[in-house]
Design a protein around this ligand. Sequence first.
Ligand code: HDD
Length: 737
Amino acid sequence: MERWTIYLGAVILCASAGLTASDGPQSGQPNCAPTVDSACEINEKVASMESFRARTEDGDILTTNQGLKISDDSNSLKAGVRGSTLLEDFILREKITHFDHERIPERVVHARGAGAYGFFQVYNSLANITKAKFLQDPKKKTPVFVRFSTVGGFRGSADTVRDVRGFATKFYTEDGNFDIVGNNMPIFFIQDAIKFPDLIHSVKPEPHNEIPQAQSGHDNFYDFITQQPEAAHMLMWVNSDRGIPRSYANMEGFGIHTFRLINEQGVSRFVKFHWKPYLGVHSLTADDAGKLVGKDPDFHRRQLWESIASGAFPEWELGLQIVEAEDEFKFDFDILDPTKLIPEELVPVIRVGRLVLNRNPDNYFAETEQVAFCIANIVPGIDFSDDPLMQGRIFSYLDTQITRLGGPNFQEIPINRPVCPFLKNNQRDGLHRDTINVGQTNYHKNTLNAGLPKEATPAAGFQGFPERIAANIVRARSPSFDDHFSQAILFWTSLSSWEQDHLVDSFTGEMAHCQPAIRERLVRLLLNINESLSNRVALNVGVKIDPMPYHTAPPKPVTPSPALSQRNQSKDTILTRVVAVLVADGVNGQAVAQFKNAIIAAGGNVSIIAPRFGTVTPAEADGALIPVNGTFGTFPSVLFDAVFIPGGASSVALLGKIGAAVHYVQEAFVNLKPIAAAGEGVELLKQVGWTPQDAKPPAGVVINDGNAISNAFTAAFVEAIKQHRFYEREKTSSVPS
Ligand code: HDD
């Protein structure tokens, strides 16, 4: 009770900062309808990179890097046609040498990723809480580059593995670059940066045999993490459905740490940054995610690319949770502890602006691979807090770029250049220095160059928050960071029963690859969170433990936070959803056409799946041939969001005899996807245990009587697709897949 009172106090104080839930155009609801009118906008940042773009022009001739025209790019210089090859062949050597040096070190974490350009626009001026210039003018579109990533896998690993996702945003502001280097989960595994190398060593492939790739389910990770009770909360998040998002556009993003916002008057408030996706937070099933690793390892980056290319731009709203400076100690956790979130029901997330990704990069390496994010990239009006994880990050990012991007001049790489004046200082030279600094002086203060470049006035220059500190220097952890389980319990308690089931399944899967002693340690750790969770995992992985918890402090009572459950996510659009339409010769062509039009009109898309590529002949004598997009084997159901089986007696009879087509329907059913059938197409539903003689179809199965489809049917199916998945089927289905 007391805890709620304190939190509600924080809510009121947040409102007193001059920022209320109504500052967003529609409080609490996504309000950024997708923009489809500004495809591939050339924003300020994109335009500033034009002089670096190289295009092949009509009539271009192959040259060496020195500009020498090449007339034979297929044969090396030899002593006679049968060799040997001459060292003198500088053209061969130049080409091979460049090739030999094409690779740079991949990111030590977050190596696998995909990026895009876009803009950020604030809804209303936030001048009352921050002087950050990009948060002042609702007319201003600030260019951004966003990179999404997995954490553990190598650069060539698959997109859909269970993992945390990186969500890093670079704002190119008039005051320099501001980066929010966040994740799709609001907390982190550890509290102090000094444990980061251990955490990452443990989760990466084991060093003796480099197994497993991009998987956390192995001995080293769980050996480490079960000895770090502070990780209990994050372990719950990563083993929940948040660890297998449907797409990047279906993920929330979080700055995680508590930052500061500072206004023109020097007043500082604490803030947590959130990204709220327009499409809502939705996940794959574990079965989909696992199969996609093999069927389409590029699933997420392909979706991002294709949705931008087709004009269905991914969008998020920036949300702020504000805590007044004087409320810093009013919570029953420490707001500097990165393993804790602030429940949204207690400090509301105020939606203050929108992020739209509307342009794909031109070149993966030049832009997405070379972009260098850094948590230390802040602008006046935004500052750090003393979160010890954040403090370590301030050092690490710049440092890692020096190795990764080959020296201290990586800011000169086009994607990393700010759009305002930069490099106006006396730093000089180093590997890959492109700038030619003209003039005699390279020091401050000088008189020989009129003292230039000169210091900004205190008002114009960056000034860190003058935090008052009186402390002994110690190597220790604050006791206010000690409660490791209350929020893990909060998370568990806030989930729906199907989300809880998925956590049990995920922990079971992770433990499958761990030895008995480590399984037992996990089960003990989980006992501190929930007895049933622990018992269910113990039963699944064959562990028996005495009931003594790993930590003995009794858990505090928690009040569930509905915002933590995906059950409560918005389900009001089918944008980016694709329906597989299963056809063979003799299909009702008119139904296929009508269905396609209806789905496209609602914002989704369809893919025609048939026994072979080419075209399918419809039942109608005068019907047009139907072009095929994929076959049952090459475009399996795990790639799609829903399935439709149109009528047409011979089409359906044929599909019923093709094992891959039957499997297609069963697999979509088992993965809880909406399925529709019309006319004879209903026949195939007996493969998922339903016939028209049964009472009513299973949840998410939509039937159209007769072959000619009705508007009511397509409308009902669109509604089903919006629901994403039908988790109630999970418990009842005995369909194999
Ligand atoms: Fe980190 C990359 C997010 C803790 C050290 N981190 C990196 C990226 C993201 C994050 C999204 C990829 C950026 C990109 O796309 O290029 N990291 C986080 C979050 C953390 C976090 C949300 C905790 C709240 N990181 C963290 C700590 C350290 C690092 C505690 C070290 C003390 N992170 C790095 C790094 C990386 C990195 C080694 C690897 C590549 C890079 O920086 O540019 O410096």
